[in-house]
Design a binder for this molecule. Structure first.
Ligand code: PGA
Length: 255
């Protein structure tokens, strides 16, 4: 089945970057005039910028995502952000299990699953990040790693919940390093993920799930990666921090 039947996404993950003035600068102009019929463009700013970004993108086709959230709706969880707060700020998506969360903040597969469950309850679409380290790839354990990360989330969900998840394959060795997975390495893993979805849960889920690639995506590699059948868009870090670079990724991809 053709990839045009799935949604394509370009998600800009600002991580812990940009302030109010830079956010305003980035969003004004061309970025907010993107057509967005054949693809969706989503911005994931730091929490404190979310209300501002929500106002700035109002009336455009741009969409808002959280970079993370907690697994509870409210309570004594100092420093955490609830899915309810994301919703109130205008987010319709949330990145979950980014490798930086897993690596620096010790997020486990179990916690990632709990966050996904609560986001789905709140009608926020989770963008589930999976990826292997350089060592795991060198030891040929990359497929197994991804399968465990996926099954620990998918196994406990209902059919309709599974259908809402977006997957982002982000090899850890390619994030922020300037090293990109070759289009062959990326498409091989994307196909592995889609085949796993098909054999475990059926073709409908496999064909309908958007699987994004992330890891040093830029205008010079966007076209080749996006041309691959199983790559439905990108989760972009560094190249999403200014409008020119982010637009170039979208335009070059030919979406
Ligand atoms: P990068 O980050 O594009 O800067 O490699 C991608 C990501 O971490 O989502």
């Amino acid at each position: 089945m053709n990839k045009t039947l799935r949604h394509s996404y370009f998600i800009g993950n600002w991580k812990m970057n940009l302030g109010r003035a830079e956010a305003k600068e980035l969003i004004k102009g061309e970025l907010s005039e993107l057509p967005g019929d054949s693809y969706r463009v989503v911005l994931a700013p730091p929490f404190l910028l979310m209300p501002l970004v929500s106002d700035l993108i109002g009336g455009s086709s741009l969409l808002l995502a959280g970079q993370n959230c907690y697994k509870e709706l409210k309570g004594a969880f100092t420093g955490e952000i609830s899915p309810l707060m994301l919703k109130e700020a205008g987010a319709t998506y949330c990145i979950v299990g980014h490798s930086e969360r897993r690596e620096y903040f010790f997020e486990t597969n179990d916690l990632v699953r709990e966050k996904i469950v609560i986001l789905l309850e709140q009608q926020i679409i989770p963008v589930l990040c999976v990826g292997e380290t350089k060592e795991e790839r060198e030891a040929n354990r990359h497929f197994e790693k991804i399968k465990v990360q996926l099954s620990s989330v998918y196994d406990s969900l209902s059919k309709s919940e599974r259908a809402k998840i977006i997957i982002a394959y982000e090899p850890i060795w390619a994030i922020g390093t300037g090293l990109t997975a070759s289009s062959q390495q990326a498409s091989e893993m994307h196909k592995f993920i889609r085949d796993w979805l098909a054999s475990t849960y059926g073709d409908e889920l496999a064909f309908g799930t958007s699987i994004l690639y992330g890891g040093s995506v830029k205008k010079t590699n966007a076209k080749e990666l996006f041309a691959k059948e199983d790559i439905d868009g990108f989760l972009v870090g560094g190249a999403s921090l200014n409008a020119k670079d982010f637009l170039a990724v979208i335009v070059e991809s030919g979406a």
